[in-house]
Design a protein around this ligand. Structure first.
Ligand code: 5GP
Ligand code: MN
Length: 314
């Protein structure tokens, strides 16, 4: 399926998921750059919720608006990296209801495949950015579009190390490098970089890391008071789960931080546990080895509930 066949009419809106990550922003900006580069006659708008400051190195990132006005009607709506209707951010759910045509580009196993009119979902794709890359004409991909896609693929593969990294992933990345992408800069400045408060708070979480189920689970969390104390926002939580995951012996790593009166849960699995299944009991989903959800109540009680579902699979 090629993008050219999916642009119907003269106006296009692009949406991602709530709390956009590198893959979401990279895919949305990749598509936005591609349309602006190759279809100047199309009026394209990009809607993304607030994302990490560092992603602004990608061209046109500053053109993203945080919310789509309710009275806007688009000929075509693209929804990228979002696996369910309730995950669509920036007013995209409303825009979907009114648009002429819609297309979902995604890679989550938990995606039911019915969010849009056309649902291009590749469950074993490394990233939505890789899925999008193979929908584009390689000759029409500019360096700036390639940079956006590189951001997406590199982030969602944990810099090309997760088991979702396939031959097709690396071939796509080879093509992107050929376009002149400054990959060292993208990785250094968007993935491995941390502000001072982020560095300190990561250290704090690691100092307080705990284990459950005989060390098969490693977990950590932050309370609202602690987030306030360290001066960090929910946009600065990326990377902490990976630091917890590095503790030897764990099969599942858990990190939680406050969200809307409850906790946002991040889950990572090494081998035995399908965390998408675990997350499905906590209003969430994702992938077999990386998933998320939310829960309310005391953090240790939430952890105990999570451990019950994890134990069933160990
Ligand atoms: P993270 O832990 O980095 O936030 O998310 C890991 C994976 O799980 C991502 O692919 C993300 O899309 C998915 N995910 C995270 N939170 C949720 C959620 O609340 N609902 C669903 N369906 N997926 C989630
Ligand atoms: Mn993704």
């Amino acid at each position: 399926m090629k993008i050219a066949q999916l642009i119907k009419g003269g106006s296009v809106a692009i949406f991602g998921h709530l709390r956009p990550d590198g893959d979401c922003v990279g895919t949305a900006l990749g598509l936005y750059n591609y349309i602006k580069d190759n279809y100047p006659e199309i009026k394209a708008d990009l809607y993304l919720e607030k994302f990490p400051e560092s992603f602004n190195m990608i061209r046109y990132a500053s053109e993203a608006r945080e919310f789509c006005p309710f009275d806007k009607i688009y000929d075509t709506v693209f929804v990228v990296d979002a696996s369910s209707e309730d995950r669509i951010g920036a007013g995209g759910r409303e825009a979907l209801k009114k648009c002429g045509f819609s297309c979902n580009i995604d890679h989550h196993v938990s995606n039911p495949g019915n969010i849009c009119e056309v649902n291009h979902v590749v469950p074993d794709g490394s990233s939505a950015a890789e899925v999008l890359y193979y929908m584009l004409e390689p000759d029409k991909v500019s360096r700036q579009c390639a940079e956006a896609l590189y951001l997406g693929i590199s982030h969602d593969t944990g810099i090309f190390k997760y088991s979702s990294t396939h031959r097709s992933t690396l071939l796509a990345v080879a093509d992107l490098i050929d376009k002149g992408v400054d990959f060292t800069r993208i990785i250094d400045e968007t993935y491995y970089h941390r502000t001072l408060p982020q560095t300190v708070v990561t250290g704090f979480v690691l100092m307080n890391v705990k284990q459950a189920l005989d060390g098969k689970v490693a977990y950590g969390y932050l309370t609202s008071e602690q987030m306030k104390h360290f001066g960090v926002s929910s946009l600065e939580m990326e990377g902490i789960i990976d630091a917890i995951r590095e503790l030897e012996g764990n099969e599942v790593a858990i990190f939680m931080y406050p969200l809307k009166g409850g906790y946002k849960i991040s889950l990572r699995s090494k081998n035995k546990v399908d965390v998408n299944v675990v997350a499905s009991h906590f209003s969430g989903g994702g992938h077999v080895k990386a998933a998320g959800g939310q829960a309310y109540g005391d953090p240790e009680t939430i952890i105990a509930r999570l451990c019950e579902y994890i134990k069933e699979q160990l």
